[in-house]
Design a binder for this molecule. Structure first.
Ligand code: BGC
Length: 534
C-alpha cells in the first residue's frame, strides 16, 4: 500500500497473548493477492513472483501446520476472462485452477476468503475504455463477479469485492506509482521481470539524474541481488534504454521520465481519482446486488468490501488539527465507507472537493447503502495530520483536503483508535455497521541479500508488531465492544510488493529468491503457530 518505511522500535504492550483471549469462532487467517504471488498463465506479460501458482499445495500444507483456518487470496480476472469480458470467452484452465485451489483449501480445513479485484485489471479493458475511468467497467466487473459466484460460490462463503479502493484511486491516479500502469498493461508486455535490470523506477530515476559511471552503476545493480524491473506506471515513460555488461552480467538501464507536475496536471489527476473511486464503488454495488439477488439465498455466503486507512492523529491539540485529522480520515476511509453505509460521500469531501465529485443519483445511492455484510479493514500505520491552508500540491487531491501529514511508523494504538472511531461513528441503528474483519495487518523489512535465509527469518520486529496490534484489537473488542470477527496477517509469504518490487519483504514465510523460491518459516510464523494453539 505504501512505499517501505523505516521502522521505529516499540515497547511491548503485552507479553503474552493467544487466540484463547479471543472469542470462540474468531477466524484466523493470512493473505496474498494474485498478482503479487502468481505467474500469469500465458507468461507474456506477468511476473513469476513467488510462483504460488504451481506451489499452492505445499503452501497450504504449511499454512495448515501453523494452525491458520482461513486464507485470503484474490482471483486474477484475466486468468479466467482473458479479454476481461464474458463475450470474449472464459478460460477453463483458469476456472479449473481456482477450483483446485479452493478444494485443496477446504480439504485442509482452511476457509477461502476471496477478493475479486486486487488491482490486476485485464489489459483489454484498460485499452478499450480506460478501465475504471469509465462507467462501462461496472457491467464487466459485475459479469466477472457473477461468473465467480456461479463457479465457486458453492464453496466460497466470503467474498470481498474490492481490495483498497483508496489505493487504486489515489496511488494509481494521483501519485501514479501503483497499478493500473501506463497503458502497456501492468507487468509490462515488453519487459522480462527477471532480467538483470537496475531494480526499480526510483533507482532508475536517481541514476538518470546522477549520471554515474558504468562501474558504479554495475556495482549498484549487482548489490540489488534481484534484478527486477517492472513496467513504468501510468504517467512514467521510458525515455531511453541502454544495455551494458558488468562482471559478465548484462545490465539494462532504463531512464524514466515523470511528467511535469503542474496545477493543471494535478487537477486532472484528482478528477481521475474521484471518477475511478466512483466507478469502483458502483462496481462494488453492482456485484453485491447480483450476489444478493441471484446467489446468496442458495449459497448462504457473505459479501463485503476491503478498505484501507491509516489512523490520523492531530499533530497539535487544537481544533484546527482535530478537524484536519478528521478530514484526512474522511478523504481516505470515509470516501468509500460512507457511500457503502450511507449511500453518500462524507460532508468533508463534498465541502472541500465537491466541485470535482459527481454525486450519486438516488438509485445509485440506494444500491450503495448497506451494500456489505462485513467490513474488511486493512491497517498498517498512523500519520499525524495538521491543518495547512496551502499544502505543497499545487492543486488536486492533497490540496483539496488541506492537511499536511508525515509518516509515523509502527503504531499499534492507531488500530485501537481507528476501530473505536469507526464504531463510535457508524455502529448505530441508521448506519448499521456490520462486523469488521481485519483483512490485512503487518509490516515489512528491506530485503538484504547478504543474509542467509535463517538469519533473515529472525524477524522479532514483525512478531512484536502482530502481538501489539492483536493486543490493541482485543482492547477495542473488550473495552469498546467493537464487533471484530476475523484477522488476517499480511502476508503469508514474501512477494512482489508493487512499487518496491522484491526489495520489501512482508511475509511471515521467507522466500529464497536465489534458491528455487524455497520457503522458510520466519520466527513470526512460528510465533503465530504458538499463538494459534487452542
Ligand atoms: C495491499 C497489499 C500490499 C500491502 C503492503 C496493501 O495496501 O493490499 O497488496 O502488499 O498493502 O503494502
Amino acid at each position: 500500500m505504501a512505499p517501505t518505511q523505516s521502522i521505529v522500535p516499540v515497547k511491548p504492550i503485552k507479553t503474552e497473548i493467544s487466540r484463547n483471549d479471543f472469542p470462540e469462532g474468531f477466524v484466523w487467517g493470512c493473505g496474498t493477492s494474485a498478482y503479487q504471488v502468481c505467474n500469469i498463465l500465458d507468461g507474456t506479460n506477468g511476473n513469476i513472483a513467488v510462483d504460488m501458482y504451481s506451489r499452492y499445495k505445499e503452501d497450504i500444507r504449511m499454512m495448515k501446520s501453523m494452525g491458520f483456518e482461513a486464507y485470503r487470496f484474490s482471483i486474477s480476472w484475466s486468468r479466467i476472462l482473458p479479454g476481461g469480458k464474458l463475450s470474449l470467452g472464459i478460460n477453463q484452465e483458469g476456472i479449473d485452477y481456482y477450483n483446485d485451489l479452493i478444494n485443496t483449501l477446504i480439504a485442509n480445513d482452511i476457509k477461502p476468503y476471496v477478493t475479486l479485484f486486487h488491482w490486476d485489471l485485464p489489459y483489454l479493458l484498460e485499452k478499450e475504455y480506460g478501465g475504471f475511468l469509465s462507467e462501462k467497467i461496472v457491467y464487466d466487473f459485475r459479469d466477472f463477479a457473477e461468473l465467480c459466484f456461479w463457479e465457486f460460490g458453492d464453496r466460497v462463503q466470503h467474498w470481498i469485492t474490492l481490495n483498497e479502493a483508496w489505493t487504486y484511486s489515489c496511488q494509481g491516479y494521483v501519485n501514479r506509482i501503483f497499478p493500473p500502469g501506463n497503458g502497456y498493461g501492468f507487468g509490462g508486455d515488453q519487459m522480462n521481470p527477471r532480467d538483470n535490470s537496475v531494480i526499480d523506477q526510483r533507482k532508475e530515476l536517481e541514476i538518470g539524474q546522477l549520471e554515474k559511471g558504468i562501474d558504479e552503476l554495475g556495482k549498484m545493480a549487482e548489490n540489488e541481488d534481484l534484478g527486477v524491473s517492472f513496467v513504468p506506471y501510468r504517467g512514467v515513460r521510458v525515455e531511453s534504454q541502454e544495455t551494458f555488461v558488468f562482471n559478465n552480467k548484462t545490465i539494462v538501464l532504463r531512464k524514466l521520465m515523470s511528467p511535469p507536475r503542474d496545477k493543471a496536471a494535478d487537477k486532472e489527476r484528482a478528477k481521475e481519482a474521484y471518477t475511478v473511486a466512483r466507478n469502483l464503488l458502483l462496481s462494488h454495488a453492482a456485484a453485491v446486488q447480483s450476489y444478493r439477488k441471484k446467489f446468496q439465498e442458495h449459497q448462504k455466503g457473505k459479501i463485503g468490501i476491503t478498505l484501507v486507512t491509516h489512523w490520523f492523529e492531530p499533530l497539535n491539540d487544537t481544533e484546527k488539527d482535530r478537524k484536519a485529522a478528521k478530514r484526512a480520515l474522511d478523504f481516505m476511509l470515509g470516501w468509500f465507507l460512507e457511500p457503502v453505509l450511507r449511500g453518500r460521500y462524507p460532508q468533508n469531501m463534498m465541502d472541500y472537493a465537491g466541485h470535482h465529485i459527481k454525486p450519486f443519483s438516488p438509485e445509485e445511492s440506494n444500491l450503495l447503502r448497506g451494500s456489505l455484510d462485513f467490513l474488511g479493514l486493512n491497517y498498517y500505520t498512523a500519520w499525524y495530520a495538521t491543518h495547512d491552508d496551502n499544502p505543497d500540491a499545487a492543486e488536486g487531491y492533497y490540496r483539496d483536503q488541506k492537511t499536511g501529514s508525515s509518516w509515523l511508523y509502527i503504531v499499534p494504538w492507531g488500530i485501537y483508535k481507528l476501530l473505536k472511531s469507526i464504531n463510535d461513528a457508524f455502529n448505530n441503528d441508521t448506519d448499521k455497521l456490520p462486523a469488521i474483519y481485519i483483512t490485512e495487518n503487518g509490516c515489512d523489512e528491506q530485503n538484504n541479500h547478504k543474509l542467509t535465509p535463517n538469519t533473515a527469518s529472525q524477524d522479532t520486529q514483525r512478531q512484536n508488531y502482530f502481538r501489539d496490534h492483536l493486543a490493541k484489537i482485543l482492547e477495542a473488542m473488550n473495552k469498546d465492544h467493537v464487533k471484530i470477527e476475523a484477522y488476517f496477517a499480511w502476508s503469508w509469504c514474501d512477494n512482489f510488493e508493487w512499487y518496491d518490487g522484491y526489495r520489501s519483504r512482508f511475509g511471515i514465510v521467507y522466500v529464497d529468491y536465489k534458491n528455487d523460491l524455497q520457503r522458510h518459516a520466519k520466527d513470526s510464523a512460528k510465533w503465530f503457530a504458538k499463538f494459534l494453539q487452542k
